[in-house]
Design a protein around this ligand. Structure first.
Ligand SMILES: Cc1cc2nc3c(=O)[nH]c(=O)nc-3n(C[C@H](O)[C@H](O)[C@H](O)COP(=O)(O)OP(=O)(O)OC[C@H]3O[C@@H](n4cnc5c(N)ncnc54)[C@H](O)[C@@H]3O)c2cc1C
Length: 445
């Protein structure tokens, strides 16, 4: 378990890079020091992995050694009176939800999939639909354990080793191995969500709904039709929701209804199929708009109902592009990006627009900042797709925005360094025994 074995086809969620990796799979906390030391003796630069729901190369390290943390998934302590949970870093959110929701608690922040580990959520300082209320995941981490490649075991918090804590939250796994996490939970009254879905006709409609909703709704997000053009540019469905005060106490099961057995043929994802899907989805959303009470899973994790949906993009995989731009330019920059995407005819069903609030993120490299975030999947069509993303990069750069490393597999070093001015302060905390393909690319001067 502490040895590294070669795995030929080790991928992240986007499937663009398919490379062999040396992987160790420890199961117990007391095996971690031996695992790290074995890797170092073999001259491997290390990196932890959780459930590999990151899209690009921040969770790849072909020349080094990966430590798969998913075997470390035990709860260490739970104190309902203080709303604190301590667990091993490989614990997945889906297991946590099974335990917490029926006891009247919810994670303070959840991303759009429940297949993420606590360690992965910390290392990417993930955000959710309630960013305007709760900020990022890292704001709720009270303590964590970190193992450095020299064998040193540290306990970090906003007051114990605060600088290393700030580097580790959103630190992309580069400061060492997160071994356990203590998290403050959110109390909830029921396992149901009161949701309202409201269609809007364009970018103006989105911003008007965001302004109107943020004071009264804990969760807001919208799906957009990224191929709509002209007066419909940026049309979509805005969802806003609160935990219901009187819904069912027991969570819905959140079953996976269907799993992609194989990679879909490349032609399945073309302009015409995507356009037809988006138009039908928008019409359907319009018909079904209004208030509804739904379970936690369909509201937070609709994509998890299709197992391995990333295979829909075929063998060449896909890129995700997630940007955030500041409030002063959010309207123009969002419109400009949507116009460029629509004109290119590239895009997918998965396009999300959301405003981030002004809660400060605790990590030196945390992605969220106040403004508007746009996230889209692009089937990998080689040069054509890279050209479109380079055009979007220019808009983000001019707007003073940044891209999300968890979703990225190609951003140029100059965009990373401009978007993350604290990157050099961060690099002083990088453990010299750890590395990733992402870091090798973006930290070049
Ligand atoms: C359908 C879908 C929806 C998503 N929605 C959102 C969203 O709404 N908001 C959002 O923020 N993200 C979102 N994501 C991205 C996802 O939440 C993050 O990539 C998350 O970090 C993945 O967790 P993981 O356990 O799979 O980590 P991995 O992808 O395996 O690893 C992520 C990073 O964490 C590091 N890491 C993992 N475990 C440890 C550890 N124990 N110690 C040190 N470093 C570690 C890795 O080295 C890597 O840098 C989404 C992804 C998908 C597929």
């Amino acid at each position: 378990m502490t040895d590294f074995a070669r795995e030929e086809d080790f991928r992240s969620w986007g499937n663009v890079v398919q490379a062999a990796h040396a992987v160790a799979r420890p199961f117990w906390r007391d095996q971690l020091t031996a695992t790290v030391s074995t890797g170092r003796q073999q001259g491997l630069a290390l990196l932890a992995t959780g459930l590999r729901r990151s899209y690009g190369d921040s969770v790849l390290n072909p020349a080094g050694g990966m430590i798969d943390m998913t075997g470390l998934d035990r709860i260490i302590a739970f104190d309902p009176d203080r709303r604190l949970l301590r667990a091993e870093a490989g614990l997945p959110l889906h297991t946590l939800l099974d335990l917490l929701v029926r006891r009247g608690f919810f994670p303070p922040v959840t991303p759009g999939t429940r297949y993420v580990t606590l360690g992965g959520a910390v290392a990417n300082d993930v955000h959710g639909k309630n960013h305007h209320v709760n900020g990022t995941f890292g704001r709720w981490v009270r303590l964590l354990g970190l193992l450095r490649s020299n064998g040193e075991e540290l306990q970090l918090s906003p007051t114990e080793h605060p600088d290393l804590f700030a580097a580790t939250i959103g630190g992309l796994g580069l400061t060492g191995l997160i071994t356990w996490v203590e998290l403050e939970l959110t109390p909830i009254d029921s396992a149901s969500m009161d949701v309202e879905n409201i269609p809007f006709d364009g970018v103006d409609g989105f911003f008007a709904l965001a302004r109107e909703s943020e004071g009264n709704f804990d969760y807001t997000v919208s799906w957009i039709d990224c191929l709509a053009a002209g007066p419909s540019l940026g049309r979509g469905i805005f969802s806003r929701a609160n935990h219901s005060e009187s819904g069912s106490p027991l969570p819905d099961r959140g079953n996976t209804r269907f799993s992609m057995p194989l990679d879909a043929p490349q032609f399945a994802m073309n302009r015409h199929t995507i356009n037809a899907f988006n138009a039908a989805y928008f019409r359907n959303g319009k018909r079904k708009s209004g208030p509804a009470r739904v379970g936690i899973h369909p509201f937070f994790y609709p994509l998890d109902s299709i197992g391995r949906w990333n295979r829909l993009y075929g063998k060449k995989g896909m890129y995700q592009y997630q940007s955030v731009v500041p409030p002063s330019v959010q309207y123009d920059a969002t419109k400009e990006m949507l116009a460029a995407i629509s004109a290119s005819g590239q895009g997918s069903f998965l396009a999300v627009l959301k405003t981030f609030g002004d809660e400060l993120s605790p990590g030196l490299l945390s992605f969220p900042m106040e403004g508007t975030t746009l996230a889209l999947d692009f089937p990998n069509r080689g040069e054509e797709t890279l050209r479109l993303m380079a055009r979007l990069d220019e808009i983000v750069l001019a707007a003073g925005g940044r891209l999300y490393p968890a979703k990225d597999g190609r951003m140029p070093a100059r965009l990373f360094q401009a978007g993350y001015p604290a990157w050099q302060a961060f690099s002083k905390h990088v453990d010299s025994g750890f590395s990733s393909l992402f870091w090798q690319r973006v930290s070049q001067m």
